[in-house]
Design a protein around this ligand. Structure first.
Ligand code: FES
Length: 154
């Protein structure tokens, strides 16, 4: 059974036929649409590497069936920069060394963008850590990540 969904991905309206209704948003992004900036870590909702924004809210795309985002606006890491100009959160991660190996970084940045849009935790490192706790960094670059999120809030 196939079904068709319509969604806007990084500003582009798309109609996509899903051959398998069980496909996740993560696999749709990476395997069908070649948007490989969104990473697959655990594939079970534990690491946050797959974080994207759906209608402005942070979600784990590995836990989200693609069919459930029919009609939504999806933003991935590829949709943040404007031409050669980095999004302020991307620039803050570079400025503050908010990464080491970089694998978790797209998810960290998308989570930070969502967190800032939620308007929470301004100037509070402990609260930022709590609100970013769904995004694991195996390298332990949390100090720089937290500093980057706080810098991007200013
Ligand atoms: Fe989705 Fe780990 S890949 S939370």
């Amino acid at each position: 059974m196939s079904l068709s969904i319509s969604l806007t991905i990084n500003g582009d309206a798309r109609t996509i036929v899903l051959e398998d209704p069980r496909v996740t948003l993560l696999d749709l992004l990476r395997e069908r649409l070649q948007l490989t900036g969104t990473k697959k870590g655990c594939d079970r909702g534990q690491c946050g590497a797959c974080t994207v924004l759906v209608d402005g809210r942070r979600i784990n795309s590995c836990l989200t069936l693609a069919m459930t985002v029919d009609g939504a606006h999806v933003t991935t890491i590829e949709g943040l920069a404007t031409g050669d100009e980095l999004h302020p959160v991307q620039a803050a991660f570079l400025e503050c060394d908010g990464l080491q190996c970089g694998y978790c970084t797209p998810g960290q940045i998308m989570s930070a963008v969502g967190l800032i849009a939620e308007g929470q935790a301004v100037g509070d490192p402990e609260r930022v850590r709590e609100l970013m706790s769904g995004n694991i960094c195996r390298c332990g670059a949390y100090k720089g990540i937290t500093e980057a999120v706080l810098a991007a809030m200013e």
